[in-house]
Design a protein around this ligand. Structure first.
Ligand SMILES: O=C(O)[C@H]1O[C@H](OP(=O)(O)OP(=O)(O)OC[C@H]2O[C@@H](n3ccc(=O)[nH]c3=O)[C@H](O)[C@@H]2O)[C@H](O)[C@@H](O)[C@H]1O
Length: 441
């Protein structure tokens, strides 16, 4: 092939040299090292490589930022905080993992355990079932007491593995759950995820631990469902749940039995009866009714099919805390290792109620007295969202085994709650905005 002629009159000699060199590629089949073609290709390639490098660096920075936010548990500071929180102080006998530590019951029991010297590590996913700011505020109380809350989900096997590798927990107080009876109609899978999936993930981790911890966990009065024998005793039938929430709590009880039977895990189920008190749950009636009465808004009171009033065995938080602590103190060690049970392990179920059911209308009257304000009562037929007509605990077994003795009557307990509510949500305290726009299901 003939070499193309480069005509270059009047051009700068350096440019002529380059243009001539550019023809080199035609004759030799490859670009001359001085050609435009070669130089421009090289420049383009360098720019492209630089671009790729910049893009990759950008990806790395994004991934690092994302992972470091999603997995705060991968750094040394996190491990130090967990270890510090797990340290026992003088008088402490156990090292407890409290799941749901930023929750209502979890935060109270964590503080009680820490106060007497036990090592306490919290775990909570800070979900937004009700305003998260309240959970953050509880968590900040715990932080001040030296309790670190790991932020993560129970279903995260890697997180649990890492946590159990770092700390030898003697006890697990498992209170994390998707709570609320009526919301289960709206979001059933949230209950399956937390109450069934999360519980099994935790049991799996405990079963594999060496040595295995003893487990105390929250069941619910709702497992009695349509049971009509009063008061409710632990041996009564619990196979007629009225809500999906209750069904998942019943599932927990049978799952717990299986792990106790096969793997020797020591397990105690506590059936809580409508727990109320300071730092409580905004989705529950005592809280939302208080808010509405204070704000002059109507409250909705459910009625049975023949106009009957519903009744609950409302139980004050301090009594529940005592029941939880006594259950941990009396829990025997698990008996398994290497995925096998070596002898029969402890399996217990207790009612933790107040033993004095109160009709919802009377409970509202007590609230009115403490709030010094009348409620606007809107009475409607009970919607078919899983409520039961009444609950009433027989606590003979808990009394005998745990020394459980509920001592706060509803009026005293609501007085304490109202005092807390008024100081926490007082105008200007900055907390009132937390509840704005929130409406319990
Ligand atoms: O012991 C339990 O196992 C459960 O207790 C709690 O459920 P409940 O007993 O339903 O409490 P809560 O909502 O305070 O309603 C109280 C009463 O007010 C009635 N109620 C409620 C709302 C309303 O708008 N109107 C009304 O009449 C209502 O019908 C009821 O009669 C926990 O939420 C739950 O997580 C679980 O732990």
């Amino acid at each position: 092939m003939a070499t193309p002629k480069v005509v270059s009159p009047g051009l700068h000699p350096q440019l002529v040299k380059l243009l001539e060199a550019d023809t080199y590629q035609y004759s030799k089949g490859r670009p001359h090292p001085l050609s435009y073609y070669y130089l421009s290709r090289t420049a383009v390639r360098s720019i492209a490589s630089l671009k790729t490098l910049c893009f990759l660096s950008f990806l790395v920075i994004i991934a690092w930022t994302f992972l470091s936010r999603r997995s705060p548990y991968s750094n040394a500071a996190w491990e130090k905080a967990v270890l510090q929180s797990s340290q026992r102080q003088e008088g402490g006998q156990m090292t407890v993992l409290v799941t749901g530590a930023a929750g209502f019951v979890g935060s109270h029991v964590s503080l009680a355990l820490k106060k007497r010297g036990d090592g306490v590590v919290g775990l909570d996913n800070f979900n937004d079932y009700y305003p998260v700011e309240l959970k953050r505020a509880r968590a900040s109380n715990l932080e001040q007491a030296g309790i670190f809350i790991v932020e993560g989900d129970l279903n995260d096997q890697n997180l649990l593995m890492k946590l159990f590798k770092l700390v030898h927990f003697t006890h697990i107080l498992h209170l994390a759950a998707q709570a609320g009876v009526r919301y289960a109609v709206k979001n059933p899978l949230a209950y399956v995820h937390s109450n069934v999936g999360g519980f099994v993930t935790l049991l799996e981790q405990c079963k594999n631990s060496q040595p295995q911890p003893a487990i105390v966990y929250a069941s619910s009065s709702s497992v009695y469902g349509l049971n009509s024998k009063v008061p409710f005793s632990e041996d009564d039938r619990t196979d007629h749940p009225a809500s999906l929430y209750a069904a998942t709590k019943k599932a927990d009880e049978v799952l717990a039995h299986t792990y106790n039977h096969i793997y020797g895990l020591s397990i105690t189920a506590l059936r809580f009866f409508t727990v109320y008190g300071p730092w409580g749950r905004p989705d529950m009636a005592y809280f939302s009714f208080t808010r509405n009465i204070v704000e002059g808004k109507p409250i909705t009171i459910f009625q049975g099919p023949h106009g009957e009033e519903l009744a609950r065995d409302f139980t004050f938080i301090d009594d529940i805390v005592k029941g939880c602590v006594a259950s941990l103190d009396t829990a025997l060690p698990s008996t398994g290792s290497g995925g096998k049970k070596h002898k029969k392990a402890q399996f217990r179920i207790y009612n933790l109620g107040n033993t004095q059911p109160v009709k919802v209308g009377d409970f509202v009257s007590i609230l009115e007295k403490h709030l010094k304000k009348k409620a606007i009562r809107n009475i409607i037929p009970m919607p078919s969202t899983g409520d039961v007509m009444f609950t009433h605990a027989n606590v003979t077994r808990a009394k005998h085994d745990l020394g459980y003795n509920p001592s706060t009557d509803l009026s005293t307990g609501l007085h304490i709650f109202v005092k807390w509510y008024k100081s926490y949500y007082k105008e200007g305290a900055g907390h009132e905005d937390m509840l704005k726009g929130y409406k319990p299901y």
